[in-house]
Design a protein around this ligand. Structure first.
Ligand code: HEM
Length: 387
């Protein structure tokens, strides 16, 4: 009998064949081990994401939630509370003028890429993507220099779960608590001495006299640290992997860097690092003949919707000419990724500089090991070699 457990390590390693069976044979599937429904077809996921009244985020959106997050952050609230938070946070993003980050981002990318020059083999994640994303995030948020390595390690631990049980273990909770205390300290400093950075702007953001309270600033800051480091770093690893595995795409991008944005969009479709999120049903519905009940959790497999041939012809082919409009790499609906513009800009700049130093590279033969997470999918290590 077919089984699909979104919390199983086997799914991290190879989800796509299972997704196909789900889409074709069980479009609304009850996963007994996970005790939740799984939606895998593109149209069903988009419909769910456009109907937050039925598919609520208020009991958490990550497949394994962190304590205290559900109902309190941008990603874990429904309108109207969500709209209010999103408006205030967007306001802060506008004031920071993220375009102004392009120059410092390029300088950071160049420095990280040049450090690889002359090395025949390196870990793309440890030696490039992580270094780059952490430094960019520190610049955007205004975190004090010197703490980069610890903040990165804690952020990575926060999104992971126990490899076997998939529950958050004491080390993951401890990392989250450390991050909360760390963010609280930085916020207090910025309140005393505001700068042109996102944390200062969150604290000051105001719309019609309404402001984020202290807890909201804190939770927003920890969410952005997690998203900035892990989502962006994980995605860059997937793009690095795709270019390493597809020589022709890599050579095309090197010959004409103007097509890099197309390779980025196709990677967001083909094997995005943000694979599965969760919603909680608010009313009884019937879907594909199944009775889905209020109060039950539903896993939305964005990574599967992106491989649905009803939407994307030949979905298992990585084709940088595809221009996959409407992919789910950044989600969709009211919770669509707030960092999409900055993530696209940062990835483009990072790869432009990386490919200048390393125009030809391939994957060293080590098999990949995947991060223990049921929401995000990216390798723990990606050893590349110059060819
Ligand atoms: C390429 C890297 C990234 C990917 C693939 C990604 C993906 C996503 C996805 C799929 C969602 C929707 C979650 C859901 O439906 O519940 C999301 C939400 C979000 N992302 Fe990203 N993200 C990336 C980078 C970033 C960055 C760099 C930031 C911050 C600077 C960020 C901030 C957020 C926030 C705040 C939300 C919640 C939005 C809301 O609920 O209104 N993301 N992201």
């Amino acid at each position: 009998m077919f089984e699909f457990d979104p919390y199983s390590p086997a799914v991290d390693a190879e989800p796509f064949a299972l997704y196909r069976i789900l889409r074709e044979e069980h479009p609304c599937f009850w996963s007994e081990p996970a005790q939740m429904w799984v939606l895998s077809r593109y149209d069903d996921i988009v419909t769910a994401l456009s109907d937050w009244k039925t598919y609520s985020s208020a009991r958490g959106n990550l497949m394994t939630e962190l304590p205290g997050r559900a109902g309190a952050t941008l990603g874990t609230t429904d309108p109207p509370r969500h709209d209010r938070l999103r408006g205030l946070i967007q306001h802060a993003f506008m004031r920071r003028n993220l375009e102004g980050l392009a120059m410092p981002m390029r300088a950071i990318a160049r420095e990280c890429a040049e450090a690889l020059d002359g090395r025949p083999q390196f870990d793309f994640i440890e030696d490039f993507a992580s270094k780059f994303t952490v430094r960019v995030l520190f610049a955007a948020l205004g975190l004090p220099l010197g703490d980069e390595a610890t903040v990165r390690d804690k952020a990575v631990l926060m999104v992971q779960s126990d490899p076997q049980t998939r529950a958050k273990g004491p080390q993951h909770i401890a990392a989250y608590e450390w991050m909360t205390e760390y963010a609280a300290k930085v916020i207090a400093e910025r309140r005393r001495d505001p700068q042109d950075d996102l944390i200062s702007h969150f604290s000051a953001a105001e719309i019609d006299g309404d402001r984020l309270d202290e807890r909201e600033v804190l939770l927003t800051t920890t969410t952005l640290i997690m998203a900035g480091i892990e989502s962006l770093g994980g995605f860059m690893a997937m793009l690095g992997l795709n270019l390493a595995d597809h020589d022709q795409a890599r050579d095309t991008v090197v010959a004409n860097p103007a097509v890099l944005p197309d390779a980025i969009e196709e990677s967001l479709r083909f094997n995005t690092s943000a694979q599965r999120f969760r919603r909680c049903l608010q009313r009884d519905i019937e879907l594909h003949g199944m009775a889905v009940r209020a109060g039950q959790f539903v896993c939305l497999a964005y990574g599967s919707g992106n491989r649905d041939d009803r939407r994307f012809p030949q979905p298992d082919v990585y084709d940088i000419e595809r221009k996959p409009r409407g992919h789910l790499g950044f989600g969709s609906g009211v919770h669509a990724c707030l960092g999409a513009a900055i993530a696209r800009m940062a990835t483009k700049i990072a790869f432009e500089e990386f490919l200048k130093v390393l125009p030809r590279f391939g994957r060293a033969s080590q098999p990949l090991q995947w991060m223990p997470s049921s929401t995000f999918r990216s390798p723990l290590q990606l050893v590349l070699e110059r060819i």
